[in-house]
Ligand binder design. Structure first.
Ligand code: F6R
Length: 595
């Protein structure tokens, strides 16, 4: 999704802005641009190019104040004209924007009627014209006035020729300011800032802020307010490839460490969380979990875990669906899951759930994210920045946390609790062993790359893993993968089965085992090739299917955490064989900040 950057300081702005834009590329974009202010002039360069190509193909820009933008088209196709920054008629005001202006058509009509000339199809372009309309010699006041006319979401950065300042405003879309000595970089997320600073300030809804080299003037609800400084724990090296050819592979390999660090950090919040989840009046109430995409899948694993171990009912909702229900049905506590903590659908669902009076716990990877600010309690996955669009390490960290929450929450005898804690603690070792020893997934990826459709089937606690495996395959390799509950095949999808549609069966040694064997036989009867993800040494499944991927033995309760790694690798190698841009799939964005 769109990423914005703004710089003001005493160094040439353009190289810093380009570098920060490069760090936002992972969010997904189709065009980019930069505006540099130098005394009475603003120079804009933009195109449907990669950031490095734009920098390489433009003359050096002189000036110590500027804006940058990576655009993920939502309103108007990807084109040079639609790329940001956008400017006013006199080319004195430049704006970059992340978000969605709902009433732009009526605003545009009115502005055109007043003589403003538009050059793009975007919603954003109304902003520089509105600011121009209200400008009376001070940019901050003009921005404050202009945003009163806007309905929708925005994080904007604005500069004006002749004024040595950057003005920021935020409503629903993310915006963070990085602090360096007398220099400031504002950006959509902290990944952009890591090379420059670990000191940040987060803006809240409705904030407007004037930044000069003298300092930051923040207006919250119109009142001058002090911003509090926070520290980022991530390091610049966390965003580098570190010898891997793709971030996805790097991040898959980081999973053992990520689980260990996530579980260690959880110990610090476990008591607070149990206090929230488990007062006597809450014990029989249901827990609502919400998320999108991969985070929704981890919530589904959570449902199985909670219901299996403690019998507490869990309702899992897609945030984007919950947002359009007439009524939000939530009990006392709800849990929102989001890697970025910035997914617009999830944030909106959280606002709706909170409005019912329900307490909100969140699991997120990004400290300071909007989700963590909305929640009553935040639990962090310690995955470090996830750059690959396809989530891997954050999924496993979310699931590890759900296990830890469930085990610490469970009213079970101490021996069983200790056993489960030990079992969970072993998972990083088993994943490391699997990553080191697995030998046939690369070959299998080459085989899978020849098909157009693949079915992923499982039952019980591994059903969400089938959904996640299918999602990983489709987003990285562009092969249609469909996750299905194995027992549902006979209710429709059987019609798809033939020798051109392989099925991937995820088989755990739990109460679903026999039923899975039956389903595999049914699939084989329809001539579909079957690949099974099984526990090592499972002869019975190996004899039945065409190929097996063996994962190390573990308590089946924890099997999703091993099985999903096999499917992540399979998606990776399939995409590699097909020559797909693994880390940055077409049309996708890492942080989805529009609803
Ligand atoms: C898929 C993937 C997406 C995200 C979804 C929600 O690999 O990463 O499906 O899970 O966009 O994002 P977050 O977790 O940031 O809310």
């Amino acid at each position: 999704m769109c990423g914005i950057v703004a710089y003001i300081g005493f160094q040439p702005a353009a190289p810093i802005i380009y570098k920060c834009l490069g760090k936002l590329e992972y969010r997904g974009y189709d065009s980019c641009g930069i505006a540099i202010s130098n005394r009475d002039n603003i120079t804009v360069e933009k195109d449907t190019k990669r950031v490095a190509a734009l920098q390489f193909n433009t003359l050096p820009l002189d000036g110590k104040i500027g804006l940058g933008h990576t655009r993920w088209a939502t309103c108007g196709e990807p084109s040079r004209a639609n790329a940001h920054p956008h400017v006013d008629c006199l080319h004195k005001i430049a704006v970059v924007h992340n978000g969605n202006i709902e009433n732009f058509e009526e605003l545009r009509k009115a502005l055109v009627g007043e003589g403003h000339i538009f050059t793009s199809e975007t919603d954003t372009e109304v902003l520089p014209h509105l600011i121009e309309k209200y400008y009376e010699g001070e940019l901050g006041q003009a921005v404050t006035r202009a945003i009163k006319d806007i309905r929708g979401s925005f994080a904007i950065a604005v500069i004006c020729a002749g004024e040595e300042k950057v003005v920021l405003a935020k409503q629903k879309s993310p915006l963070v300011i990085g602090l360096i000595d007398k220099e400031y970089i504002a950006a959509s997320d902290i990944a952009a800032l890591l090379d420059y600073t670990d000191r940040v300030m987060y803006l809240e809804e409705g904030d407007v802020c004037n930044i000069t080299t003298v300092g930051i003037e923040l207006y919250r609800n119109g009142v001058l307010t002090e911003l509090t400084e926070e520290r980022i724990a991530w390091k610049p090296a966390d965003t580098r490839l570190g010898g891997f050819s793709h971030y996805m592979m790097k991040e898959i390999n980081e999973q053992p460490r990520v689980i260990t660090e996530t579980l260690a950090a959880f110990e610090g919040v476990s008591e607070k969380l149990i206090g929230l989840l488990d007062p006597p009046e809450n014990r029989r109430t249901s827990l609502l979990m919400v998320g999108c995409g991969t985070s929704y899948h981890s919530a589904l694993v959570g449902k199985y875990i909670f219901e299996e171990l403690i019998g507490r009912p869990v309702n899992v909702e897609l945030a984007s669906e919950l947002n359009y229900r007439a009524n939000v049905i939530a009990d006392k506590v709800a849990l929102a899951i989001s890697q970025s903590g910035e997914t617009a659908d999830t944030l909106q669902a959280v606002r709706r759930i909170k409005a019912t009076g329900c307490k909100m716990v969140c699991i997120t990877n990004v400290e300071g994210s909007q989700l963590s600010r909305l929640a009553d309690l935040s639990i962090y996955t310690k995955a470090g920045p996830e750059i690959s669009v396809a989530s891997t390490k954050t999924f496993i960290a979310q699931v590890a946390l759900l296990y830890a929450i469930c085990i610490s929450h469970a009213n079970i005898d101490e021996i069983l609790k200790k056993d489960l804690e030990r079992g969970l603690g072993q998972i990083p070792i088993l994943i490391r062993q699997f990553l080191n020893e697995q030998s046939n997934i690369e070959t299998l990826g080459r085989y899978l790359a020849t098909f157009n459709n693949v079915l992923f089937v499982a039952r019980g606690i591994n059903y969400p893993v089938a959904l996640e495996g299918a999602l990983k395959l489709k987003e990285t390799s562009y092969i249609h993968g469909e996750g299905y509950a194995a027992g549902e095949l006979k209710h429709g999808p059987f019609a798809l089965l033939d020798s051109n549609t392989p099925a991937i069966a995820i088989v755990a040694h739990d109460r679903t085992y026999e039923a899975m064997l039956t389903n595999i036989r049914e699939i084989k009867t329809r001539k579909a090739p079957v690949i099974a993800v099984v526990e090592e040494g499972d002869k019975e499944v190996a004899d039945l299917v065409d190929i097996v991927i063996e994962v190390p033995h573990t308590d089946p309760f924890f099997s999703p955490m091993l099985n999903v790694v096999a499917l992540q690798l399979l998606a990776y190698y399939t995409a590699l064989e097909r020559g797909c841009p693994i880390d940055f799939p077409r049309n996708l964005a890492k942080t989805v900040t529009v609803e």
